[in-house]
Write a protein that binds this ligand. Sequence first.
Ligand SMILES: [Zn+2]
Length: 340
Amino acid sequence: MLALAVFLCPLLASAVDASDRYRSPRNPERKIRPGTELIVLHTTEAPARSSLNKVSERGECHFCVTEDGTIYRIVDRDREAFHAGRSMWAGKEDIDKYSIGIECVGYHDKPMPLVQLYAIRDLLNDLKAMYRLSDDRVVTHSQVAYGTPNRWQKKKHRGRKRCGMLFAMPSVRKVLGLRSRMSHDPDTRAKRLVVGDPYLEKVLYGSVDTMRGNYAAAASGAAAVASEPSSGLLGWFAKTVQSKPVQPAISAPPKPKPPASAQSRSSAGPTFKRIPQSISELKAQGYTLKGRVVPGRTASQIAGAKWNSASTYYTIRNKVIPGNTINPAKIEVNMGVWMK
Ligand SMILES: [Zn+2]
């Protein structure tokens, strides 16, 4: 696997960038995982700084994605991270051994900023390609966690927690470029577990989607971009397997990632600027019109290599489209190209 990653590396363009600032000191002591069958999405239920410190100190995930779209590598992807706890899928227990865990700073029932969802999408695209996983293999922690009998539940049950619940909702999956999800819970169907949280069951496998409306405009553009192949992670994964000395978790403010966010962080934690929704918001955030697409003048002639970056925006008929979500086939004559 390692050899394969190193071999493939030069063939693939780098798409996803990540920070090593919160690499876990637990890394060297973690076992190599026997396989990768699932990608498990979590919500940290806490602000970024405390989330990063905690997951790093305890080695609780492979990646952590903050609200500004920065991706942090915590534990080597081929090693075991302790993220799923008591867990089961299709009769198999201890899902940590068979999965990649991604902690997303935020809450299981609250919308996340688009810039964060796009970073998660890019990371997922790389991991899905690398491990050849279909979209339905991207699950939430609440889908695999289970509880043992307690005073409220007489049986082993699904519904121990709602962690990552929003990532099962169709509107959010659309933004993440995920075209399918698990159709049912194999463990409750086989009666290995009972349903301990009927509402959660409706979110995971029914039609409850409380995020609908938050991402309506973004979903169409995201679906187009999701089909673009990208496996930039191979490049930086290949670099990380050479067991670099591991830095202890530090509490200094993480370095802001310039293009996706171009924001600064306050000592109170990360902040993010909302994605401009109108030309006046673009201007207010310091963007200027660099030119218009006309026959003979393409977007990349106007914006250069940054034509599809998150810091480039396209405008047409009062719509504002971030460069990292634009479908190249839909770039049309008279579109405005905005940059800083
Ligand atoms: Zn979780």
